[in-house]
Design a protein. Sequence first.
Length: 222
Amino acid sequence: MAEDILTVLYRDSDIICCVKEPGIISESPGMPDLIRRAAGEQYVYPVHRLDRETGGAMVYALNAASAAALSGEFAPEGSAEKTYLAIIEGTLQEKEGTLRDLLFRDRNTRRSYVVDRMRKGVREAELYYSVTSEKEGLSLISVRLHSGRTHQIRVQFSHRGHPVAGDRRYGSKNRCGLALWAECLSFPHPSAGNTVTVTCRPPDSYPWDLFRDEISGHVSGA
């Protein structure tokens, strides 16, 4: 990495919350190594992940005990909450709702697919979304995951004909970067027990800049 620049959202002796920029991987040699260099931490433990192309808020544990506690909170049955902003192509008829699908992950093609029945390798996926704004054939949406599956947001909306802008893997024709951002994390502190909530804004570049005012109001009120 040419520059060890790290945006820290929250930090104490147990955890560090920071912004993962698009293009950096969540695991070593990506974010953990960057945190070690830029923040001077010796031990950095991943407890959840974001796709390489997705940016936004992440939390890392700074000791083994915190890693064990947070890994449980970010497991499907845990209490951690993740909220994303996404810009999808087209407009949705229903301006809010819950999407439920069965997803199959093909490890050979490294793609996920919506399928119609349970079988080996298929997992249930559920999310709640609401439309914030619509401009120039694009829709800014807020998404809260009820399950954490690989490429879940990208696949569920692409399956309905509304790929995330810039997601050429799942059908987008837009040549921008992937318009998917982890806006907010909320989780129990691994030792203190209080709820930690951190938020961050996506970059002010296309297509996010189309919704600059809406994003500013949304993130400040998160």
